[in-house]
Design a protein around this ligand. Structure first.
Ligand code: AMP
Ligand code: MG
Length: 351
C-alpha cells in the first residue's frame, strides 16, 4: 500500500478536499495518521470493530491494550457511555477540548475490539482543529492511539508517523509538529474515587482543584507486578523505547556529568556510540557522540515537546548507549519522568 502525506492547515475552507478524502477513508474502515495537540494519532472508526482490529495490526499493538475514542463535541459522549457521573461533567467543562481522557462505563455502541475487551471506554475531545475536522468527517467517533509502532517513542511529527507506518496506512495528515508532545492525562471515573491512570499536561493538582482528591494507579509509580492487572492496561507493556540502551542518571549535577562523560569514553573504546539527553544550561559540559538539550532547565513545556523527538534522533544517529538526566520541573514534570522511566525500562543509575 502506498502511504501519502498531505498537509492540512486547521482551516475548514483550505482543508475541505483532504478532509473529504480522509473522512471517506475512515468511514470505509481504513486508517489515517492524524495530528492532535498531544501526539500524532492513528485514526480509525471507533464504532467499527474491523477498524480497531486494523489499528492493532498496523501498530503491532497487543489487542488487550484499549484505544482512546476521540469526539468533536461534548454532547457526543452520551452515545458511547452508559452514565455520566457529575465529576465527569465537571472535568469536561473545565478541560475539554484538551489533553484529558476520561474512562467511563461504555454503552453497547462501542465494540469490545475498541476497548480491548473492557466494559469501560476512554474518551477525549482534542483541541487541535485538524483533529476536530477529521473526527467530524470520519463520523464523530475516532479511535486514535498514538501513531507509533508499538513500543517505540510516540510520534510528534508526520515524518515520524511515516517512518513507523509507511506501507501500512493509505494517508497521513501533516499538521506540523505537535504542541504538547506527551500523550493525554487519563483519569478513571468508574470506581468509588477518581483515579489517575496516566499523568499528562493536565496535572493531578489541576484535576484535584476541580473534583477533590484523586487516587493514583500503582502502575504509575512503581514497576508493575506481572500478575497484577493494571487499570491502564497499556502500562504493562514496554513503551516509548529507543533502539539504544537508555539509562536515567540521578544525582548531584557534577556527579552525573562526570559519570556520563566517563562512561562515554569507555563506550567509545568498545566501539559504542553514546547519546546524552540534557538541558541547555549543561549541554556544553558533556563529551559524547550525540548530545541533545531538550530545553532550558525550568522549561517543562519545551522538555516535554522535545522528549520523543530526541529519543528518535538517538535512533537516527544509531546511539548504542543513551544517558538521560532526570528532569525535575513542576506541573508537567511527572508526565515527562513517567514516559522517560518507561522508555528506559526502569533502568535508573544513582551516582
Ligand atoms: P495510547 O492510545 O497509545 O495513548 O494509549 C491508550 C491508553 O489509554 C491505553 O494504553 C490505556 O492505558 C488507556 N486506556 C484506554 N482505554 C482504557 C480503558 N477503558 N480503561 C483504562 N485505560 C484505558
Ligand atoms: Mg501509545
Amino acid at each position: 500500500m502506498e502511504t501519502r502525506i498531505v498537509k492540512a492547515y486547521g482551516d475548514e475552507s483550505k482543508d475541505r478536499e483532504i478532509m473529504e478524502e480522509a473522512g471517506r477513508l475512515i468511514r470505509s474502515g481504513a486508517l489515517v495518521g492524524m495530528p492532535t495537540e498531544t501526539v500524532y494519532g492513528l485514526a480509525g472508526d471507533a464504532l467499527n470493530p474491523r477498524s480497531s482490529r486494523k489499528i492493532y495490526e498496523a501498530k503491532g499493538r497487543p489487542s488487550d491494550n484499549p484505544l482512546i475514542v476521540h469526539i468533536a463535541e461534548k454532547e457526543a459522549i452520551k452515545r458511547i457511555t452508559e452514565e455520566l457521573p457529575e465529576k465527569a461533567e465537571i472535568l469536561m467543562e473545565a478541560f475539554w477540548p484538551g489533553p484529558l481522557t476520561m474512562v467511563l462505563r461504555k454503552s453497547a455502541a462501542v465494540p469490545e475490539e475498541t476497548t480491548g475487551g473492557l466494559d469501560t471506554v476512554a474518551v477525549r475531545m482534542p483541541v487541535n482543529k485538524i483533529a476536530l475536522e477529521l473526527i467530524k468527517a470520519g463520523g464523530g467517533y475516532i479511535a486514535a492511539p498514538s501513531a507509533n509502532s508499538s513500543g517505540r517513542p510516540s510520534c510528534t511529527t508526520a515524518a515520524h508517523v511515516y517512518e513507523d507506518l509507511k506501507g501500512r496506512i493509505p494517508l497521513i495528515i501533516d499538521g506540523g509538529k505537535v504542541g504538547i508532545g506527551l500523550e493525554s492525562t487519563i483519569v478513571d471515573l468508574t470506581g468509588e474515587n477518581p483515579c489517575l491512570l496516566r499523568p499528562g499536561y493536565i496535572s493531578r493538582e489541576m484535576l484535584e482543584e476541580k473534583i477533590g482528591e484523586i487516587d493514583v494507579d500503582p502502575s504509575i509509580e512503581g514497576v508493575m507486578d506481572e500478575k497484577e492487572h493494571p487499570k491502564a492496561p497499556g502500562m504493562k507493556y514496554k513503551h516509548y523505547s529507543p533502539k539504544g540502551e537508555l539509562y536515567i542518571v540521578k544525582g548531584k549535577s557534577d556527579n552525573v556529568i562526570g559519570s556520563i562523560n566517563r562512561w562515554a569514553a569507555e563506550n567509545r573504546e568498545k566501539g559504542l556510540k553514546t547519546g546524552v539527553l540534557t538541558v541547555s544550561e549543561r549541554e556544553d559540559r558533556y563529551k559524547a557522540d550525540i548530545i541533545r538539550a531538550l530545553g532550558a532547565e525550568n522549561d517543562g513545556e519545551s522538555i516535554a515537546a522535545n522528549l520523543f523527538l530526541a529519543l528518535r534522533e538517538m535512533d537516527d544517529c544509531r546511539a548504542d548507549m543513551i544517558y538521560s538526566e532526570e528532569f525535575q520541573v513542576p506541573g508537567i514534570g511527572d508526565a515527562i519522568m513517567n514516559r522517560l522511566v518507561r522508555a528506559a525500562g526502569h533502568k535508573i543509575l544513582e551516582v
